[in-house]
Every structure is written in structure tokens, then in C-alpha cells.
Ligand binder design. Structure first.
Ligand SMILES: Cc1ncc(COP(=O)(O)O)c(C=O)c1O
Length: 280
């Protein structure tokens, strides 16, 4: 990742060098929030919505409201220079210096912003289900915290199977989400996605699909479904900030059309609306 650009608490820093305290609560216990936005032609997509979700995560963690001007300063710092044609912008805000355990000091927050070019996502991908669950009753359910180790383990399992994503159920056995994507299925000709109270992240791309499809008269239902719906769905697709709307070509080895007709229709809605504004 030679093109990685990093800014920490007011200055660009060497991506390989030390820049955050060893006792930062984000490092010791994962006490922090983050956002990942897509960069296209040097510009972040849906920045306002990502900042709003960061606020929700910080509030859910009981951390102070983050300083948006500070984050925007970091974003400007990592995006200046050679424009990134396509890539990933990430900002992380942690609880700052903390004790070694789970208590908190009343510390200044730590702000980290990174940007990096990356290849555009492929046209489709395989997914597998994994045996671990999302806890929809966890204190951090639906929050984008830096405690992502569950996702690291699940995604590693997916990679072992040649898949791009791992799909998890919640504790009730309902389809929930993937490690870094929301999941949509088509059953009986209708596009459906799990509701937020099932424990999935309120994905920005998910939210835009729901809003834009509603505006264009394409029905998308938020509905609890058993994980086993993946065994009979006619189409499956993922949404995420870097993937946008991505058809799934197989689930646990069962081939699926990519894209199926409904997925193609959602993708067309996406492309039309996304072209209107970089900050919808
Ligand atoms: C657990 C999880 N679910 C869903 C998503 C998709 O959210 P978004 O569309 O905001 O990228 C992400 C994003 O990384 C995620 O980490």
C-alpha cells in the first residue's frame, strides 16, 4: 500500500511510523468509531451521511460528539496532491489516552484520517455463510466501532473458500449482514433486506438503495428472514461504500445469476441517482 496517506491529530505522518499512543483506548480496547467512504475522482462520496453515522456511533459508545471540522481538515490533508482516481477514505476517532482496562479517562479524542487508492471492485463475487452470529442485543449493535475482530475472523474464513464476503445470521437465526456489506435477496420477485433491529449496520449504501428505489417506484422490503432464505433466493446482492451494488454469483457454492433482473434494476437506479451528486 505505497499510496497510503495518513493524517493524525493535525499533521500528515509516515504511514509506517509511530503516530498514536500505545495506550490509546482505540488500540488497547477498540474504544473508537470509524467510517469508510468511497473516493471517486479525488472526491469522497456521501460525506455528510458518513459524518452523521459517525456521530451516532460516538453517541452509542458514550463518547463526546466528534469535531467535524477537524475530520474535514484531515480529509483535505490526505486528498491534496495527486488526485486518487478510485479509493478508500477512512476516518477513525478514538477515546484517546486511556487506562489499560475498559474504564475511561476524560481524554481528548484521537483523530486519524487515511486515504488510499485501490482497484475498483469486481463485477460480482461469491459469498459463504459462517457459523458465528451478530448479537442484535449487544451494547454496540449497529454501531461502526473499531472492535472489528469478529469481522476479521469471518472474512478470513470467506477468503479460505475463495469468497469475497462472509454472511452472518443474528442470534435469532435471521439473515443479518456480511462483514463489511449489507445483504439483499430477491424472493418471489421482491427485493428484501433485513431490518436494522436485526442488528445490521445502517449502511449508507443500504439507506441510499432504500431511498432511491422508493423514489423510483421499485419495491424494496425491510423484512426479517431466516438465514436459510439464502438457499432459495433467486438473486442476492451486497451493498457497501466501496462495492456500491454488487451481484453475488454464489452462496455456499450455489450458483446465482449475476446480475439477476432485479439486481440489475437496482443497480440502474443506483447509477442514475449516484451520478446526480457526490454528497447525496
Ligand atoms: C458490518 C458492516 N455492515 C455493512 C456495511 C456497509 O455499510 P456502508 O454502505 O455504509 O459502507 C459495512 C461497511 O463497511 C460494515 O462494516
Amino acid at each position: 500500500m505505497s499510496d497510503l496517506r495518513v493524517w493524525v491529530d493535525g499533521a500528515r505522518v509516515d504511514p509506517a511510523g509511530p503516530a498514536v499512543s500505545a495506550v490509546d483506548h482505540g488500540v488497547t480496547v477498540g474504544d473508537g468509531a470509524f467510517e469508510t467512504a468511497k473516493i471517486e475522482d479525488g472526491t469522497p462520496f456521501a460525506m455528510t451521511r458518513h459524518l452523521a453515522r459517525l456521530d451516532r456511533t460516538m453517541a452509542g459508545l458514550g463518547l463526546p460528539a466528534p469535531d467535524h471540522d477537524r475530520i474535514r481538515e484531515g480529509v483535505r490533508a490526505v486528498l491534496e496532491g495527486e488526485p486518487i482516481d478510485f479509493g478508500r477514505l477512512r476516518w477513525t476517532v478514538t477515546g484517546g489516552h486511556g487506562p489499560l482496562g475498559s474504564d475511561r479517562h476524560d481524554s481528548a479524542l484521537t483523530y486519524i484520517v487515511t486515504a488510499s487508492a485501490q482497484d475498483r471492485p469486481g463485477s460480482h463475487g461469491a459469498v459463504v455463510t459462517v457459523p458465528w452470529v451478530r448479537n442484535e442485543r449487544a451494547a454496540t449493535a449497529g454501531l461502526k466501532t473499531t472492535s472489528y475482530a469478529d469481522n476479521v475472523v469471518a472474512l478470513a474464513r470467506a477468503r479460505e473458500h475463495g469468497a469475497i464476503e462472509a454472511v452472518l445470521a443474528n442470534t435469532r437465526g435471521e439473515l443479518c449482514e456480511a462483514t463489511g456489506s449489507n445483504v439483499f435477496v430477491v424472493v418471489d420477485g421482491v427485493v428484501r433486506t433485513p431490518p436494522l433491529d436485526g442488528g445490521c449496520l445502517a449502511g449508507i449504501s443500504r439507506e441510499l438503495v432504500l431511498e432511491w428505489c422508493a423514489a423510483d417506484g421499485l419495491e424494496v422490503r425491510e423484512e426479517a428472514m431466516p438465514l436459510s432464505v439464502l438457499e432459495r433466493a433467486d438473486e442476492v446482492f451486497l451493498t457497501s461504500s466501496v462495492k456500491d451494488v454488487m451481484p453475488v454469483s454464489s452462496v455456499d457454492g450455489r450458483p446465482l445469476p449475476w446480475p439477476g433482473p432485479r439486481t440489475a434494476a437496482v443497480r440502474a437506479v443506483w447509477d442514475r441517482h449516484a451520478a446526480v451528486s457526490v454528497d447525496p
